[in-house]
Design a binder for this molecule. Structure first.
Ligand code: PLP
Length: 430
């Protein structure tokens, strides 16, 4: 039964699955199977020829993953989604689906470190050039484009700077030039809808807020179905020219009976087929359990984060607090025009006495976990200068927004009084 609601709370529980045929199971079953029996030789031939869509082999599709994908697509307002084994696999596929050796793409400089490495080193080794652009000036994206530019990539709410990316402005520039904006919305699910702001594709590390329970690594790509790949035919040879590895299929043609899903269908039947970063159905099941409470959790995460940001702002040992709720000027205008119903739950702050104070603070925490992760239901903390950013020179740390006394918090859904009490007692020990 299709769900007509547009409310995320309802979609998170209902979209993509009603009951299992045959058993009437209300929970999405875990289809722990590698393969699927064909009904006939004709059926098998039709599936391989994409005349009919259906299950062939779990590296490429699986009914549990399908429920997760449909739910994610509905929540995002997209036409279809692909679940993969990790956020890293999702961002890799997002680029490789459009770029061949010799091509380039433009990316915001404000990125998760793993994505930065992938773009600056691993993809470069494959002949794909990432052009890094400071997101404070949207026009800079236009200036970096040439005829081999295939996409623009950015994160909605990148830490540690926590400056919200100007999605609407850059998506509009991209659309003028025939270049899609792909947004990593990992830190802002539900509170940001990049597709409504003009992005063409949204990706997630589902490991974070989507799951929320911290049990499963996973990634997601959602196709907005809102980008005309055919109108800019020369820019997208992977979608508009015969694909040698699929009987000469031209993806923008092949999908005509199926809807505007050329981008995500190619990612599934070429990249997932060949590179194989498949999400296990067990992890898809776990992530579905998380998504059911995602809108509720995001509300609590965001409310708690505002209270924490205010507490830290008023604390004498804290010299600076980084959270969109405390920004003003252009940064605040961007946050308010891009986010709805919350400013996210990542909070940065700086301690006067630098790295030593940061270390003492982390060691004094009792409720917070000290981990290299974000988006868990539990509150998390890390001192980037001695961990995630320790391989960088002090100049590069500062350029990426990390001072020696910077602490990153990922605020959980515990009672705010308990979160603040833990921060307060740890600050006493600094
Ligand atoms: N994107 C962002 C914003 C992240 O924070 C992360 C992981 O920390 C990733 C992508 C990579 O996701 P995963 O760890 O699921 O591979």
């Amino acid at each position: 039964m299709p769900i007509s609601s547009k409310h995320p709370e309802t979609l998170a529980v209902h979209a993509g699955f009603r009951e299992a045929a045959g058993t009437h199971s209300v929970a999405v079953p875990i289809h722990q199977t590698t393969s699927y029996q064909f009904e006939s030789t004709e059926h098998a031939a039709n599936l391989f020829a994409l005349k009919e869509l259906g299950n062939i082999y779990s590296r490429i599709m699986n009914p549990t993953n399908d429920a997760f994908e449909q739910r994610a697509a509905a929540l995002e307002g997209g036409v279809a989604a692909l679940a993969v084994a990790s956020g890293q696999a999702a961002s890799t596929y997002c680029v490789m689906n459009l770029c061949e050796a010799g091509d380039n793409f433009i990316t915001s400089t404000d990125l998760y470190g793993g994505t930065w490495n992938l773009f600056a080193n691993t993809l470069r080794q494959m002949g794909v050039e990432a052009r890094f652009v400071d997101p404070s000036d949207p026009e800079a994206f236009r200036n970096a484009v040439d005829e081999r530019t295939r996409l623009i990539y950015a994160e909605t709410l990148p830490n540690p700077k926590l400056n919200v990316f100007p999605i609407a402005e850059v998506a509009a520039i991209g659309r003028e030039l025939g270049i899609p904006l792909i947004v990593d919305n990992t830190a802002a699910p539900v509170i940001c809808k990049p597709l409504e702001l003009g992005a063409a594709v949204v990706m997630y590390s589902a490991t974070k807020y989507m799951g929320g329970h911290g049990t499963s690594i996973g990634g997601l790509v959602v196709d907005g179905g809102n980008f005309d790949w055919e109108a800019w035919g020369d820019r997208f040879p992977t979608l508009n020219t015969p694909d040698r590895s699929y009987h000469g299929a031209v993806w923008t043609e092949a999908v005509k009976p199926l809807g505007p899903i050329a981008y995500i269908l190619r990612m599934r039947v070429i990249l997932l087929r060949d590179l194989g970063a498949a999400l296990s159905p067990f992890n898809a099941f776990q992530l579905i359990q998380g998504v059911e409470t995602l809108p509720l959790r995001m509300r609590q995460h965001c409310e708690n984060a505002i209270l924490v940001a205010r507490f830290l702002r008023d604390h004498p040992k804290v010299t600076r607090v980084i959270h969109p709720s405390l920004q003003d000027g252009e940064a605040r205008r961007r946050a308010d025009s891009t986010l709805r119903g919350g400013y996210g739950a990542l909070v940065g702050f700086e301690l006067e006495d630098g790295a030593e104070a940061g270390r003492r603070f982390i060691e004094a925490l009792e409720l917070f976990y000290h981990v290299a992760n974000i988006g868990d239901a539990r509150s998390l903390a890390i001192h980037p200068a001695t961990t995630t950013h320790s391989q960088l020179s002090v100049e590069d740390q500062l350029a990426s927004g990390v001072s020696p006394g910077y602490v990153r918090l990922s605020i959980g859904i515990e009672h705010p009084d308990d979160i603040i009490a833990d921060l307060s007692q740890a600050l006493e020990k600094v």
